[in-house]
Design a protein around this ligand. Structure first.
Ligand code: UN1
Length: 508
């Protein structure tokens, strides 16, 4: 039995998939799921039509009526079972992520582990949707706040974390009592179908309504439709800043809520007090892990000038040893980029860098000599640059690391914050003052700031997201759940009087 059939996605055009119910399959358009490993077509997936989108939203609205009445801990029990199913399918789903996205198997499995972790987190959260109890200024009055579900939540996710980002949003939103409509990236439809299948099976087993977990396969036009759809009170969108600048204002124009988790331009500061070996290891994982296609990938390394040459030398030594190849093979550290366009974008960024005065110290070239099974492989690039170069100010979704020297910590922090994005950041130092400064109000301006840990690979327990052009939204752990609920303030008068607040007298 192949891992695809173990995931139950070999033939999904049966059962309760809307496509089979109401539309003739012969006349449908198909989206090809292409593996960047060798450009082979893994599967053909049907696009959701406008009519089907309508049907999904209607089903979701109906399901919400029932789901919001299910006590939160029971909703948590459903999520617990989804977590169990993910545990069972970890290897298969991890392999599919690797096949469809190109990230190495270790990272594909890590992504599934992230899903399992958020399920566990959400189960606990389902008993902790706490509001405050406040003291009323009036006698025999009670004042408190509580949280209610919002309704159908739209989730738009990107190719680079095709399943984990869905789970952060979905598992939290689900225990909060919402129903979810997910539009995954059109580059990774198959992993989405596998997740949908897992969630649907658990719902069916528990006799729960369909329409709580929903999936629509479409391009940006469906995303745009969701953004403008007043039936979706919340849109959580993860992806590029360009996407966020289109989705965000569209949701805002109807006064809807949005959670935006957009681009990063993440930097690590390495001071003269750093453990250089640790800094190098973290930097390499941050810069070349997932082939530089994480929103948290390390893009800039800001290094104190007295240790600059040493850091550069160590990085060069390590970069030369990085194994590039089939991400499913043990020992590979860097797989392909998502597609040919991504390779071109990387090449364009590198030629811009040279034009702007920068230098490529190592790598950067496409590996299209025929030795690799597709033209999507590149050698990670190590460059020297200045922070103010326009290309350094941009997020290029590829393994390019810009080394930038600095003299004083003030300069380093100014450069660090001197970009439009504000997602993740780190400092490597063993000096307490430097570390505390970086974490203070005058330090990093990012949503995530680490000490002696790289910029990528956050745990799910913390809130995930960032400031400035990163969009300001928070997903995943901590109290990010509050964004998926509406807050209600309740005042109850249990006295026999009718006193007004602020001591106002209004005698009728
Ligand atoms: C993303 O790239 O969109 O912190 C998410 C990390 C992962 C999530 C990345 N836990 O790198």
């Amino acid at each position: 039995m192949s891992f695809l059939s173990r995931l139950g996605i070999e033939s999904v055009n049966n059962g309760t998939w809307i496509g089979s119910k109401s539309y003739s399959w012969e006349h449908r358009e198909y989206l090809k799921s292409i593996s960047p490993i060798d450009d082979s077509v893994i599967a053909e997936v049907s696009w959701s039509s406008d009519d089907q989108y309508e049907e999904v939203v209607e089903e979701a609205q109906k399901a919400f009526i029932a789901w919001r009445k299910v006590p939160a801990p029971q909703r948590g029990e459903i999520v617990r079972q989804i977590g169990e199913s993910l545990r069972k399918h970890k290897e298969d789903l991890g392999r599919l992520v690797s096949l469809e996205n190109g990230k190495i198997l270790q990272e594909g499995m890590g992504e599934v582990q992230e899903m399992i972790d958020i399920c566990d987190f959400a189960v606990g959260q389902s008993r902790q949707l706490y509001g405050f109890t406040m003291q009323s200024e009036r006698e025999e009055h009670r004042l408190y706040d509580q949280y209610h579900p919002l309704g159908p939540v739209g989730i738009i996710s990107a190719f680079n974390f095709p399943v984990a980002v869905w789970s952060w949003n979905t598992m939290i939103a689900a225990v909060c009592g919402n129903v979810m409509i997910w539009k995954p990236s059109e580059k990774t439809p198959l992993t989405a179908i596998a997740c949908q299948k897992i969630a649907s099976d658990v719902m069916k087993k528990n006799d729960m309504p369909e329409g709580v977990f929903n999936l629509v396969i479409g391009d940006a036009s469906i995303g745009d439709r969701m953004a403008g759809d007043t039936r979706l009170p919340l849109i959580s969108a993860t992806g590029s800043t360009r996407m966020g600048k289109s989705v965000g204002p569209r949701v805002a124009s109807r006064l809807g809520k949005s959670i935006l988790e957009l681009g990063g331009n993440n930097a690590i500061i390495v001071t003269e007090h750093a453990d250089i070996e640790m800094a190098v290891r973290a930097t390499v994982f941050g810069a070349v892990g997932t082939a530089g296609q994480r929103c948290t990938s390390t893009r800039r390394l800001i290094v104190q000038s007295s240790v600059f040459e040493k850091v550069k030398k160590r990085l060069l030594e390590v970069y030369e040893k990085i194994t590039i190849g089939n991400p499913l093979e043990e020992g590979t550290l860097v797989g392909p980029l998502i597609d040919r366009q991504a390779v071109e974008n990387m090449q364009n960024a590198l030629s811009e860098l040279k034009k702007q005065g920068g230098e490529i110290l190592y790598g950067g070239e496409p590996l299209d000599s025929g030795e690799y099974p597709s033209a999507n492989y590149v050698r990670p690039a190590l460059c020297q640059a200045k922070n103010e170069y326009p290309i350094v100010q941009e997020e290029t979704f590829a393994p390019i690391l810009y080394l930038i020297p600095y003299e004083t910590l003030d300069d380093a922090i100014a450069m660090h914050n001197g970009v439009d994005q504000g997602l993740s950041s780190a400092i490597f130092t063993l000096n307490l003052r430097e570390a505390e400064r970086f974490l203070s109000a005058t330090g990093s301006d990012c949503g995530i700031a680490n000490v002696n840990i790289g910029t990528s690979g956050a745990e799910i327990g913390g809130a995930f997201g960032g400031e400035k052009e990163t969009g300001g939204g928070r997903e995943s752990g901590s109290d990010a759940w509050k964004s998926y609920m509406r807050r209600q303030t309740n005042t109850i008068n249990w006295s026999t009087e009718m006193p007004l607040a602020q001591g106002i007298r209004f005698d009728v």
